[in-house]
Design a protein around this ligand. Structure first.
Ligand code: COA
Ligand code: AMP
Length: 640
């Protein structure tokens, strides 16, 4: 193994962050260079590349067409659920993006306007993101697994001029009609979009509403036939490229803003230095465009880097089998795969000996990247042994847009430590503080924070919510960004991320708010009080478990109520919430000041040692909960 340049590079960032990022920014085409690399007096905590003008679509698409990549595949769509494969060269990709941009322009979409994209994993979803970027419009992609109410909340928050959607999505074994969800959301929303552009899929078409809905295929074909050209609109580096809503502690999701300039600089740098990928190579992130991993590593980073990206509409198992990932890698010559550990746990469960792997030619495959949730050492080792390539766990968040910590492949690998997502990346001064905000010694668990300012590519604030941004991230530890993760740093500066400090849970790599679920469960007429906690799950990492206290007037049998509560959460939040278990208890355990002791409930359910909280109102309640869990076959533990 060659010596890693990591320490040298990290130190060079620490010595002079502005010089470091100015150098990284040379890899991007700018319409106008910045006045200041970092303007500390702008925005909430400062802004990167202030005064610069640029366009993300130019850098991700046009630049490559002009510089010899016109015939190279930009995007390969591989959809085992529909039996479709299609490759788009950079030139074809540009033609699709320009045509859609023309249609958007005809509907009055201009710089700064918001466009919601509610799409399954089809190429049009990616064209839509880039078409918005081309016009300087701000896209907000909403994950297809969210229900109408969640979509409506996002429509109301960002007030889109237009929505781009499709007739249906496809999950194994079922076709999901999107149009009723979209129509329902618009019905509920106060800020109604003027138009919707709809992709009609052959698996299930839909009725278009006259005057409001526009057919995607017909309108873009007409734009192509008319030879429409839509130039890239220069925007300020600090202008928003997109808003991505992510779970907060309430039912109101947080609108994470990504700017144009810093985002491009950070992602381009990460492809080289963190992921070790060369322009022209095939890079695959098996996620969904509705999540941040999809935004950054299916769409923007590979395209900014001149790579070929794979858009995979399928699952790691069942579409058709646990060999699908290896088939895709070998067929398209992918050098890397990025996915969530859950996907590997699913494959391992189905094919424990990895018997599908040798059936495919994986000779080009160099690295497996895992993120989105804690990568358990057992899964990492299984993947390492079966695939014979480095398995790189890395840690980040929707808020940061690219990894905070990693083992940087491009700078030369450091020794792997199982259970650790690596060392802090340039830009991130990661520290561990106790609840009083004081630094803790190495090896001690505490709040993981990042010293301000955050580097390029991180959220500058929340959409129209500076105060919420302060409250959620900056107020608790002045001078630092609170990640809301708990963890520790060892003597060699490796990070270990152990848990969230808020009520966010991570289900199959999907970030969900238990607070949002509680709001829905509490709406059930028979529920007096409730708490939702994340309990351990061998496949999905965590799954939500609802505890409900029924109204004294509730007389129906609990099985019926449980089914109704589960259906209500599915209807309001979406199937992705994955709430499948609701337990009736007599009372919720609370502190004397009325705070529900969710962490203790979770520990009891997970069979972990727990201490009797000193402030508990009535200790007997925990025995009641233990008994209720036991009755459902869930773990119990003795008080430590
Ligand atoms: N549209 C509509 N419904 C969706 C959806 C989408 N885009 N994505 C998921 N769902 C549904 C699923 O069909 C499932 O419905 P069900 O309760 O009727 O079975 C439900 O939401 C829960 O989905 P999930 O938690 O993903 O479970 P699953 O059993 O469908 O799949 C895995 C399990 C492990 C195969 C899958 O979660 C996976 O591949 N995860 C890892 C990769 C990943 O995407 N990570 C994201 C961040 S990197
Ligand atoms: P998301 O915003 O959906 O990317 O979720 C971010 C959260 O997922 C983080 O705050 C962590 O709690 C968790 N997470 C992401 N990657 C990792 C990792 N490699 N190890 C442990 N937790 C992770």
């Amino acid at each position: 193994m060659t010596a890693s340049r990591y320490h040298e590079v990290y130190e060079s960032w620490k010595r002079d962050p502005e010089a470091f990022w100015a150098k990284a920014a040379e890899a991007i085409d700018w319409d106008r260079k910045w006045d200041k690399v970092f303007a500390a007096d702008e925005g909430v905590y400062g802004r990167w590349f202030s005064g610069a003008l640029c366009n993300t679509c130019h850098n991700a698409v046009d630049r490559h067409v002009a510089s010899g990549r016109a015939d190279q595949p930009a995007l390969i769509y591989d959809s085992p659920v529909t039996g479709t494969k299609r490759s788009y060269s950079y030139a074809e990709f540009k033609a699709e993006v320009v045509a859609l941009a023309a249609v958007l322009q005809d509907q009055g979409v201009a710089k700064g306007d918001r466009v919601i994209i509610y799409m399954p994993m089809i190429p049009q979803a990616v064209f839509a993101m880039l078409a918005c970027a081309r016009l300087g419009a701000v896209h907000s992609v909403v994950f297809g697994g969210f229900a109408a109410k969640e979509l409506a909340t996002r429509i109301d928050d960002c007030a889109p001029k237009l929505v781009i959607s499709a007739s249906c999505g496809i999950e194994p074994g079922r076709v999901i009609a999107y149009k009723p969800l979209l129509d329902g959301a618009i019905e509920m929303a106060r800020n109604k979009p003027e138009h919707c552009i709809i992709v009609q899929r052959e698996q299930l078409g839909c009725e278009l509403i006259a005057g409001r809905d526009i057919d995607y295929a017909t309108s873009t074909e007409a734009a192509k036939a008319a030879g429409r050209d839509v130039p890239c609109v220069p925007v300020a580096a600090t202008d928003p490229l997109y808003i991505l809503y992510t779970s907060g502690t309430t039912g109101q999701p947080k609108g994470v803003i990504r700017d144009n300039g810093g985002h491009m600089v950070a992602l381009k740098w990460s492809m080289d230095n963190q992921f070790g990928i060369e322009p022209g190579e095939v890079f695959w992130a098996a996620s969904d465009v509705g999540w941040v991993v999809g935004h950054s590593y299916i769409v923007y980073a590979p395209l900014l880097h001149g790579c070929t990206t794979i858009l995979f509409e399928g699952k790691p198992i069942g579409t058709p089998d646990a060999g699908t990932f290896w088939r895709v890698i070998s067929e398209h010559g992918a050098v890397s795969l990025f996915t969530a550990p859950t996907a590997f746990r699913a494959i391992k469960k189905e094919d424990p000996k990895g018997e599908f792997i040798p059936k495919y030619d994986l000779s080009k495959f160099r690295t497996l990247f895992l993120a989105g949730e804690r990568a358990d050492p057992e899964t990492v080792k299984w993947a390492e042994q079966r695939l014979g390539v480095p398995v790189i766990d890395h840690w980040w968040q929707t808020e940061t847009g690219s990894p905070i910590s990693q083992n940087p492949v491009g700078l030369g690998l450091l020794p792997v430590k199982y259970g650790s997502p690596g060392v802090p990346m340039p830009g991130y001064d990661v520290q561990i503080l106790d609840d009083a905000g004081l630094p803790v010694p190495h090896g001690t668990l505490g709040n993981v924070v990042v010293k301000l300012p955050l580097p390029p590519g991180c959220l500058p604030t929340l959409w129209h919510a500076d105060e919420r941004f302060h409250q959620a991230y900056l107020n608790e530890f002045p001078g630092y960004y609170k990640t809301a993760d708990a963890g520790y740093i060892d003597d060699e500066d490796y990070l270990f991320i152990m848990a969230r400090t808020d009520d966010i849970i991570n289900v199959a790599g999907h970030r969900l708010s238990t607070g949002a679920m509680e709001e829905v469960v509490a709406e059930h007429p028979d529920v007096a009080e409730c708490a939702v906690v994340g309990i351990g799950d061998a496949l999905k990492g965590q799954v939500p478990c609802g505890f409900v206290v029924l109204n004294s007037a509730a007389t129906r049998d609990f099985q019926t109520i449980e089914k109704e509560v589960i259906a209500l959460v599915r209807e309001r939040i979406g199937a992705v919430a994955a709430l499948k278990l609701v337990i009736a208890i007599k009372r919720l355990p609370k502190t004397r000041s009325g705070k529900v002791l969710r962490a203790t409930m979770q520990k009891i359910a997970d069979n972990e040692p727990w201490n009797m909280p000193a402030t508990i109102d009535d200790p007997a309640i925990l025995d009641e909960i233990t008994a209720a869990l036991q009755a459902r076959g869930l773990g119990v533990a003795q008080s430590a």
